[in-house]
Design a protein. Sequence first.
Length: 206
Amino acid sequence: MRALGISASPREDSNSRAYLEFTLNELSERGIETEMVNLRGLDISECRGCYSCAKTKECAQKDDFQAVFAKMTAADAILFAYPVYHASEPAKLKALMDRAGFLGRWVNNDISAGQGKGGYQWKGTAFSGKVGTPIAVARRAGHAFAFAQTLLWLTVNDFIVTGSHYWNVGVAGTGGKVNPEDDQEAYGILSHQAENIASVLKKLHA
Ligand SMILES: Cc1cc2nc3c(=O)[nH]c(=O)nc-3n(C[C@H](O)[C@H](O)[C@H](O)COP(=O)(O)O)c2cc1C
């Protein structure tokens, strides 16, 4: 059972990555293999909307997306950790999600089979049955909207979403500072989140 953490901050000393590392560590203590991929420095362009993935089952744009998508499809759980930018996900994460979600839909399904016929026969996405959860970090406000954005992506892509005793949000970054330790409550939330992810993974893979 493997959990992939996607760290989506462009900052080297990242608050969201610190919370993600903590959560991945909590998962490995519960027997889950973990890996982190850092989007910082990776070249992932926005989706061009060309629909070629619906026919060819691959993305026409060749950049670092392919390597990240391969890690996503190999994982049993994916955690998305990111700074909140204007109450939303940061742009590179959105680019990854647009491309991964659309390609992931068409790898198993035939878009032409559904046209004008009331829908195609659903064969699942590249992410069906995987466990997913967001970790949204902001200095002050906007977590809920950005968190909900990721939930919408997860739930349209056939993930199983795990919760905790509060939303997975961290409050950090005053003046750009790296200070996740100022929000100790977040660690309790993320620890319980890891407990839930591990428990669901163990049941799914029993
Ligand atoms: C372009 C930009 C937009 C931001 N928008 C918000 C926001 O909407 N709400 C907020 O509370 N903080 C906002 N912040 C602050 C970051 O979310 C905060 O500093 C966070 O801790 C950074 O996480 P990181 O270190 O993982 O990049 C913004 C920062 C930047 C650079």
